[in-house]
Design a protein around this ligand. Sequence first.
Ligand SMILES: NC(=O)C1=CN([C@@H]2O[C@H](COP(=O)(O)OP(=O)(O)OC[C@H]3O[C@@H](n4cnc5c(N)ncnc54)[C@H](O)[C@@H]3O)[C@@H](O)[C@H]2O)C=CC1
Ligand SMILES: O=CC(=O)O
Length: 333
Amino acid sequence: MTAKKKPKVYITRKLPDAVETRMRELFDAELNIDDAPRSVPELVAAVRTADVLVPTVTDRIDAALIDEAGPQMKLIASFSNGTDHIDVEAAARKGITVTNTPNVLTEDTADMTMALILAVPRRLGEGARILTDKPGEWAGWSPTWMLGRRIHGKRIGIVGMGRIGTAVARRAKAFGLSIHYHNRKRVNPAVEDELEATYWESLDQMLARVDIVSINCPSTPATFHLISARRLALLQPTAYLVNTARGDVVDETQLIKCLREGKIAGAGLDVFENEPAVNPKLVKLANEGKVVLLPHMSSATIEGRIDMGDKVIINIRTFIDGHRPPNRVLPGR
Ligand SMILES: NC(=O)C1=CN([C@@H]2O[C@H](COP(=O)(O)OP(=O)(O)OC[C@H]3O[C@@H](n4cnc5c(N)ncnc54)[C@H](O)[C@@H]3O)[C@@H](O)[C@H]2O)C=CC1
Ligand SMILES: O=CC(=O)O
């Protein structure tokens, strides 16, 4: 009896050691030890020979690349929750299954969203920088110095009440915010009751009434620049916007304009339209204390990355064994 041939799995970025070790045991794994992002020619070579591709959010798996895939390539098992970097329709046309790693990032991403919701109105970044960047300049406590805005009692409007949006709502409720949300469809009544949440079918109406907006929907053709110049203009001048979803859900140029003109009070951003490039105007606004910027790190915990690796491995093994993988991403979702 001959041993079953291990599937050839091409992994585009460095993964936690424990995940790589397990992948080496189970698969004919090609790892990326130095973590340098793979070039398009390298990805083309990979899809021509590998059975499974494991990309991350930094890889562009578009129709042109998928078109290059050889007949052996049957699975794209993304090491990510979001799948906007993959042309899922093109993969389906080519008979390639796509999977992702949902749920295991939910709480970590919601924690960081809450951190930004607190950090921007309460001027956390600014305050911390005073002590580290200008040592000796702090003259001591003063009743009128470093005043931010109260969180408790305000209204949060969540755009995209899925896994992460709901986890953000739970945290926000614990901080005394009232919960408002806009979603493609209304959530389970039990969840609405638990959160005492108000559903807004009209995004425009919700935006005009809330104090903090949290973006938690995926990047799709329907959500591209969902927060447009017109919608930003609906926000109150005292409102804050937090985006931990994807940069292109918000029209970043228009957001910068609003912040510079004082049309909204501030923003907390973990994601950017052209990341890893960050618009220098946003950096200037951060130095002025109007925004807090993070380098796409909302899901970045050791535990989360290991859990993501486990999910990728389960998806690959299930698929290779001839079953439907648990985290299949369907076209049009
Ligand atoms: N910054 C980070 O490190 C991370 C960012 N993310 C981002 O967060 C996104 C959300 O993740 P999950 O909550 O797990 O996804 P999910 O699928 O559970 O929730 C997304 C929600 O957005 C809603 N939605 C979709 N299109 C909409 C539209 N046009 N208008 C209103 N609502 C719409 C969906 O109905 C769903 O309820 C991911 O797609 C990803 O882009 C996810 C993990 C980490
Ligand atoms: O942004 C990260 C993801 O996994 O999606």
